[in-house]
Design a protein around this ligand. Structure first.
Ligand code: DGL
Length: 252
């Protein structure tokens, strides 16, 4: 079982930002990454649709013998992980916007969060945030239009810059000092965001935390692969693989 792969899925190419963190922390692990780009974006789908796609993705990864599933998508995690955990016996790791660390570190008591509609409107998101955001101003903005552009590989396009400028405006007005990236596609926009944000605003994403959690669960369940042969790494997509290849070549 220890040689079986870690399975990851996302609505598209974005979860490779999580794959990268996992591969860095656990370089000997075999991995299979599934990009459901044909159905991207998940952010505007109903909870039922997101659950049904997440079940399908999980089944495919389990058929390939995955020992653990990383839901490398905030939208799928916040809408479907409870059902996935009920339905399958394999351990699941999810990704949620890193609100807590931002709240704990914020001096202005004002933070921004950029995520999909599906994540921001989910019950899990409000449950997970309500306890520690009482005295905090949270400026939540839906990153409408970003995922399709990233899926096209238009990372440095003027369209992305002007969308980001628009999304950051209300956050800057509210004097945020932390920006939480609540979508696994968005870490690829960090260079553009850094250009647009004043230096004192810290950008937080959840990739490293997810990798650490994956390691700790594998360790606890005695499922870590021994440091031996080079790992087998697979990327699967049901759509064009152009952007996937671009990201793997340029950023990983
Ligand atoms: N990568 C996604 C997330 O983390 C999916 C966004 C989408 O497909 O709308 O939420």
């Amino acid at each position: 079982m220890n040689n079986n792969p870690i399975g990851l899925f996302d609505s598209g190419v974005g979860g490779t930002s999580i794959w990268k963190e996992i591969h860095q922390l656990l370089p000997y692990e075999n991995t299979i990454y599934l990009a459901d780009s044909l159905n991207a974006p998940y952010g505007y789908k109903s909870k039922e649709e997101i659950i049904s796609l997440s079940l399908k993705n999980t089944e495919l990864l389990l058929e390939k013998g995955c020992k653990i599933i990383v839901v490398a998508c905030n939208t799928a995690t916040t809408n479907a992980i409870t059902v996935l955990r009920e339905r399958f016996r394999v351990p699941f790791i999810g990704i949620e916007p890193a609100i807590k660390p931002a709240v704990l570190q914020s001096k202005t008591k004002s933070i921004g969060i950029l995520a999909t509609k599906g994540t921001l409107n989910s019950e899990l998101f409000s449950l997970a945030t309500k306890d520690f955001t009482k005295d905090i101003m949270m400026t939540e903005v839906i990153g409408e239009g970003l995922v399709p552009l990233i899926e096209e590989g238009a990372l440095l396009s003027p369209e992305i810059s002007s969308l980001l400028e628009k999304f950051l405006k209300p956050m800057l007005k509210n004097n945020i000092d932390h920006l939480v990236l609540g979508c696994s596609h968005y870490p690829y926009l960090i260079p553009q965001l850094t250009n647009l944000l004043p230096n004192h605003i810290k950008i937080i994403d959840s990739g490293e935390a997810v990798a650490k959690q994956t390691k700790s669960i594998l360790l606890k369940k005695n499922l870590l692969r021994e440091a031996s042969n080079q790992p087998i790494i697979q990327f699967i997509t049901n759509s064009s693989d152009i952007t996937l290849k671009l990201l793997l070549k340029k950023y990983l």
